[in-house]
Design a protein around this ligand. Structure first.
Ligand code: AHR
Length: 319
């Protein structure tokens, strides 16, 4: 056999082998470990549902863990995914800080990590592949702009703020974006600001305390999510006031419960935060396993829904 023929055969063999490897990689059953924040809100329920149904549709084996809003539970879940040698780990971090050690462990085990919904604050961004989710600062800005553009009464405007979970990216960023915008008009002042932990029960409890302390001085409520706003609406009604009229209410998420409250005239506006991240996450998981590179940041597209469009938009809402 001459040298050229030998080379051609070797090349053909390599191509066949390469093809077989490619086919194997494509057929390989992918296992994804997902560490969820908890089940604190209507938003979170929709997010979990989206991840579970999209994994099933994509034929990806999902190992799902619910951290019940505790960082230590999420860290435990991530360590267990590493021990089980899953192909990819994804998680929505309860809080922003304190992730370096466990992310280094995942990197040492060569397991790629995808962040969904919430960001982490780490010095080395090679500890995760990509972060997909909303721009929370922009959501806060949208809430602030809506207020400045729509609050017509003259004089000082007293705002109370229900913050999300302390130390979480959406609580930090939504506060920041809102403040950034309202400072342009000093008559708008946040007179009280406290966490309601993104839950209805806590939102109600903290609003009751705000009402006790400030009563009729409160003009506006800015809630970092719809669930806290819905809890607060109950507190306002129990205090004998009209939510959406006596107190203007702005919240974030755009869940069905918020649309119902807007249709009933009890909530003035909701800034959308889309929880349906499942399909995008499964695409990213497949791409990472296939060795494709992903953008470091994938931002979700979102809108603002005022009360005036609620009835028309309600039938189109998917969560
Ligand atoms: O991280 C997204 C936030 O978390 C949602 O706005 C809130 O409802 C959820 O609990």
């Amino acid at each position: 056999m001459n040298i050229n023929r030998r080379c051609a055969l070797a090349l053909a063999g390599a191509l066949v082998l390469g093809g077989a490897t490619g086919a194997l990689a494509a057929d390989k059953k992918i296992t994804l470990g997902f560490a969820q924040v908890g089940a604190e809100s209507e938003w979170r329920t929709a997010n979990t549902q989206s991840i579970k149904t999209s994994a099933a549709k994509a034929g990806i084996t999902l190992k799902f863990s619910d951290a019940q809003q505790k960082q230590e539970n999420q860290i435990k879940a991530i360590r267990s995914f590493i021990a089980q040698k899953v192909d990819v780990i994804a998680f929505s971090p309860v809080v922003e800080s304190g992730w370096e050690t466990v992310l280094k462990e995942a990197k040492a085990a060569k397991i790629p990590v995808i962040l969904t919904d919430r960001a982490v604050s780490v010095k080395d961004d090679s500890l995760y592949v990509t972060f997909m989710g909303s721009d929370f600062v922009e959501e806060g800005r949208r809430a602030g702009h809506w207020l400045l553009d729509n609050y017509k009464a003259q004089g000082n405007v007293n705002i109370v703020e229900l913050q999300g979970t302390v130390g979480s990216a959406p609580a930090i960023d939504r506060k920041k974006g809102f403040e950034e915008v309202i400072k342009a008009q000093p008559r708008f002042k946040v007179i009280r600001s406290q966490t309601g932990d993104f839950t209805r029960a806590k939102g109600k409890e903290v609003m009751e305390a705000f009402l006790k302390a400030e009563g009729k001085k409160i003009n506006v409520l800015y809630a970092h999510n719809d669930d806290m706003a819905i809890g607060a609406i109950q507190a306002i009604e129990e205090a004998g006031m009209k939510p959406g009229k006596d107190i203007t209410i702005i919240s974030v998420d755009g869940v069905k419960g918020a649309f119902e409250a807007m249709i009933a005239g009890k909530l003035n506006v909701t800034v959308e935060c889309n929880p349906l991240l499942g399909p995008q996450l499964m695409d990213a998981v497949r791409d990472v396993v296939a060795g494709k590179s992903l953008p470091k940041r994938i931002v979700t597209k979102e809108s603002v829904y005022p009360q005036s469009v609620a009835a028309k938009e309600f039938p189109n809402r998917k969560y």
